[in-house]
Every structure is written in structure tokens, then in C-alpha cells.
Ligand binder design. Structure first.
Ligand SMILES: C[S@@+](CC[C@H](N)C(=O)[O-])C[C@H]1O[C@@H](n2cnc3c(N)ncnc32)[C@H](O)[C@@H]1O
Length: 253
């Protein structure tokens, strides 16, 4: 099975360049949720361990699910440096098959949207339900690409630009399109690495993201067996407002 947006090669190599800012509000949010429903937790799409590793350092029992070998390798190497040894499962969330069950399953940075096929997304929710202990919780942030719905950004724009440790400049150009009735945003990402002003490496990837509307996703959660669905507009846990396009769903088994 090939991955939607590879998170291998340059993408994996440069991932940590883009998340150097303060993510404490986000991290505190999941931590508070875990404290409220104590017990083992599972981060789906754990990547390079941006959230997972600090939780392990603090003593939380969190496992990771991540299908990119390279992201897992980076996560393990970073863990070694800080003295933690993460448990990582090389799996796709739509095929989740673990022997353990958890009190919390969370999927940061709207990575649930990477499961672009609707049937597979429904399957992923069902499998998360199966992997939760009784009373356990699932936490799924999602967004609607609202700006692009009114004016799709088909022209290439610089989405990210940063400098790697070795002095190379990394540029990510992006162009997007919207399939309105399919609720799919297609992003074309062009990665470029420049050394001394010369292009030395490039990569092109297609990433499809499926967006959901509020009531649609509530119904999907309920159909998968979840109850007590609540919604936040952000990591400060304030309630959703009518015009909000970022939504954090939280539901119980
Ligand atoms: C935006 S990154 C988030 C990484 C990390 N959770 C963080 O907050 O920094 C998305 C991650 O989801 C992983 N991913 C992509 N498709 C997935 C799938 N179908 N099932 C599980 N993980 C997936 C990617 O490999 C990538 O590491």
C-alpha cells in the first residue's frame, strides 16, 4: 500500500524543521485529556515524536502508530538522545491491528484527513473504537479548507522555507485544488534543497486530504459506536463557534 503524502525522504528529513515553535498549548491539551481519562494512550501518526517523546519523558504510557519507516527511525534516534525508548507500530490507522487496548487514542495535526478514502476513514474509526478500553476516549482534530473553498490556490506558492543544520535551504512550494462534492483537497508539494544557491535535490508529492463537516463527522463517530461527542474550537478547549473551520472532536467509547 502506498502512502498518501510519503513522509519519507526529504519530507521525513525536514519535518522537524517546521515545528521549532512553541507547541505547548497543543501538548498541554492532549496531556490534560490524558489526565482526565488515565491509562495507556496511543498517538496515531506519531511522526518524529514531537509530542510523543516529551510525554514519555514525563512518564506517560503512550505508544505510537506510524507507517513511515523513516519517521519511526528519527523518532527512535531522538528518543535515544533523551533516554526514552518509544514503542512504535509500523501500521496504517485504517488497518490498525494491535494486541493492546488504550484509554486514549489521539491523532494530532488533523492527520486523520490523510485517510482520503471515505470507506477507509470509517474503517479507521471502527478500529479505533475496537482498540479502546471501555470508557476510553478518542481525540481527532480536523479542519475545513474554507479559504480554498472560495478561491482555490492553484498557483504555486511558497508554503515553507527553512535552513537545515548543514546550511542548506529547504523550500516547499505548494499548489492546491478542491473537489467540492468529494470533499477532497489535493495538495501538490514540491520540495527543493538548495546548497550555495544551487538546486541539489528535489521531490514532488501529491497529498490528498478529506475534510468533514461538523454533523457529518459526529454521525460517523456515532456510527462507529462512540457516544458523548464533544467539540472544541481550539486547544484552549473553548466551545465551537458557528464560523469555525478548525474543530477538535472528542468522544467516548
Ligand atoms: C502531520 S504528521 C504528524 C506527526 C506528529 N503526530 C506530530 O504531531 O508532529 C502526520 C503523520 O501521520 C502519518 N500518517 C500518514 N498516513 C497515515 C495513516 N494512514 N495511518 C497512520 N499514520 C499516517 C505520517 O507518516 C506522518 O508521520
Amino acid at each position: 500500500m502506498s502512502m498518501n503524502g510519503s513522509y519519507e525522504g526529504i519530507e521525513a528529513d525536514t519535518y522537524d524543521l517546521w515545528f521549532v515553535g512553541d507547541s505547548s498549548e497543543e501538548s498541554d491539551f492532549y496531556e490534560t485529556c490524558m489526565k482526565e481519562v488515565p491509562g495507556p494512550a496511543l498517538e496515531i501518526g506519531s511522526g518524529t515524536g514531537r509530542l510523543l517523546l516529551p510525554y514519555l519523558q514525563k512518564g506517560y504510557d503512550v505508544h505510537g502508530v506510524e507507517p513511515s519507516k523513516q519517521m519511526n527511525d528519527i523518532c527512535k534516534a531522538k528518543g535515544k538522545q533523551i533516554g526514552v525508548d518509544p514503542v512504535l507500530y509500523d501500521q496504517y490507522m485504517q488497518h490498525l491491528d494491535l494486541t493492546l487496548s488504550y484509554k486514549t487514542i489521539y491523532i494530532p495535526l488533523a492527520s486523520f484527513m490523510l485517510v482520503a478514502d471515505r470507506d477507509e476513514a470509517i474503517k479507521a474509526l471502527e478500529l479505533m473504537y475496537l482498540h479502546l478500553e471501555e470508557d476510553g476516549q478518542v481525540i481527532i482534530p480536523l479542519f475545513i479548507p474554507r479559504e480554498q473553498l472560495s478561491s482555490p490556490k492553484k498557483e504555486w506558492t511558497i508554503r515553507r522555507c527553512g535552513e537545515r543544520e548543514d546550511g542548506a535551504t529547504i523550500v516547499v512550494n505548494q499548489s492546491s485544488d478542491i473537489a467540492f462534492n468529494d470533499q477532497i483537497q489535493t495538495n501538490w508539494n514540491r520540495y527543493e534543497i538548495y546548497h550555495a544557491g544551487k538546486l541539489v535535490e528535489s521531490n514532488f508529492e501529491v497529498m490528498k486530504l478529506r475534510w468533514y463537516y461538523r454533523y457529518e463527522f459526529e454521525m460517523m463517530l456515532e456510527r462507529a459506536g462512540f457516544r458523548d461527542v464533544s467539540l472544541y474550537r481550539g486547544y484552549d478547549r473553548s466551545p465551537l463557534s458557528a464560523d469555525q473551520s478548525f474543530m477538535i472532536f472528542r468522544a467516548r467509547k
